[in-house]
Design a protein around this ligand. Structure first.
Ligand code: SF4
Ligand code: SF4
Length: 441
């Protein structure tokens, strides 16, 4: 694609990066076929190619974002299916990240939208605030229908719908410390405790630590790590995202330098995609560029890590039919497609892949709150495809997808690690009825 940026514009490294990306696009439109918003809305401006044109014009003209571009960029899930499809290697992720930051800097959203976004950015990345908000949400549940009728209050209604009826207790395993591996030491890793996941389902990391230590891997819960920054990054709040990235880079660098780390294990693929991008996000910061690149190189999804170590024979031979839902951040963001399915199969599960597996479930960070109507359509489509597999349980590797799919699916939705842990001798995943694992015993 031909671009027309001035030399003065290209002196801005963010613009220069976006220009490089734009020049790679050959307008072929292959990406439209796999874009969930184009498939759902049928509007070229809600396709990757359409958005690329909008971003190009906004940046080339050096103008503030307007209502049209904000509408179509806000509708983008950042699912990155377009990057998997694109034959020219267009890095849509970095382009849309730049566009979102530009929108945040130059566009004044309506008051309620601003307040909603500010509240999400204030609450979600902080477990204590998020837990308090979920308690408050119980009081708001009776008003879901009422709020849902007012356009500007739809995000509030969506939030209340997503809030779980009960909140698990704080996990003692989330506290900083070292969990020694059993037997001969096979490795040493840090684990990301994360933010929303640690509140909604602390058992995911507890299970991960339990399985890894049984396998002989020492697990460090680093002092000072926090939210990966993905939630605010996707809202265009660049400085907040970079602050989170720096905080985590500092925390992990201490552990890399003190005891060494084979990997930084991540159990939420949405976080994994962002942490693997820290090297890029902090490339212009001389104090952090190298450290961030080292952290990104060490970041591994838990299934990626387990695939690289020797596993014993499973204790159980489940035979349970599992529908594996590949989160977008897993398959498109990190290109991890094989490992989770291979691990489940090796552990004795019968893995089925739903049709249209490349399409997003509509969760996408805060998307199911801010774009609840499109999100619900994508969720229902996803659940229909999952249910058509005939599986009795769904496995996936991202808390956002778990929460989203569970609001509509008839069968339990669990993190992949819980099924693996169970097959390798751990307890039955909490909240999963025996008949969902009926083929097991
Ligand atoms: S990231 Fe997803 S929703 Fe956004 S343009 Fe690409 S395919 Fe479409
Ligand atoms: S598939 Fe790639 S090159 Fe083709 S229009 Fe989409 S982004 Fe551009």
């Amino acid at each position: 694609m031909q671009t027309n940026f001035s030399l003065a514009q290209l002196a801005d490294p963010h613009v220069a990066e976006s220009e490089k990306i734009l020049r790679k696009c050959v307008h072929c439109g292959f990406c439209t076929a796999t874009c969930p918003t184009y498939v759902t809305l049928g509007n070229e401006l809600d396709s990757p190619r359409g958005r690329i044109y909008l971003i190009k014009h906004m940046l080339e003209n050096g103008r503030p974002a307007d209502k049209e571009i904000v509408t179509h960029i806000d509708r983008c899930l950042s699912c990155l299916a377009c990057m998997t499809t694109c034959p020219s290697g267009v890095n849509y992720m970095h382009l849309v990240d730049h566009a979102r930051a530009h929108i945040q800097e130059t566009y004044k959203r309506p008051l309620l939208d601003r307040l909603t976004r500010a509240m999400l950015a204030f609450v979600l990345p902080h477990p204590a605030r998020f837990r308090a908000a979920l308690r408050l949400a119980r009081l708001g549940k009776p008003f879901i229908g009422l709020f849902g009728k007012v356009q500007a209050l739809k995000p509030l209604s969506a939030m209340l719908k997503l809030a779980p009826a009960s909140i698990p207790a704080v996990s003692p395993m989330a506290s900083p410390g070292i969990h020694a591996g059993q037997g001969a030491k096979k490795g040493r890793v840090a684990i990301l405790t994360g933010c929303a996941q640690s509140v909604l389902d602390p058992a995911i990391n507890e299970t991960t630590i339990s399985l890894l230590t049984r396998l002989g891997v020492e697990v460090v819960v680093p002092q000072g790590e926090g939210c990966c920054g993905a939630l605010v990054h996707h809202m265009g709040r660049e400085q907040a995202a970079l602050a989170s990235a720096r905080q985590n880079v500092d925390a992990w660098t201490r552990d890399i330098e003190q005891g060494g780390l084979d990997a930084i294990v991540i159990t939420a693929s949405g976080c994994g995609t962002t942490i693997k991008d820290y090297g890029f996000m902090l490339r212009l910061d001389p104090a952090y560029a190298d450290k961030a690149a080292r952290v990104s190189a060490l970041a591994k999804d838990i299934t990626e890590y387990l695939s690289g170590i020797e596993l014993p024979e499973p204790v159980r031979k489940p035979g349970t039919v599992v529908a594996y839902h590949s989160a977008c951040s897993m398959q498109h963001g990190q290109k991890i497609t094989r490992q989770p399915k291979e691990l489940l199969t090796k552990a004795g599960f019968i893995v089925r892949e739903p049709r249209e597996g490349h399409l997003c479930c509509g969760s996408a960070g805060t998307y199911n709150i801010l774009q609840s109507e499109i999100s619900a359509k994508l969720r229902d489509r996803k659940v229909k495809n999952i249910e058509a597999t005939g599986a009795s349980i769904v496995a996936t590797g991202n808390i956002g997808c778990i929460t989203q799919i569970a609001t509509a699916a008839k069968m339990p939705v669990v993190h992949t690690i819980k099924l693996l842990d169970w097959a390798y001798g751990g307890p039955k995943p909490e909240g999963v009825a025996e008949d969902s694992l009926i083929a097991a015993e």
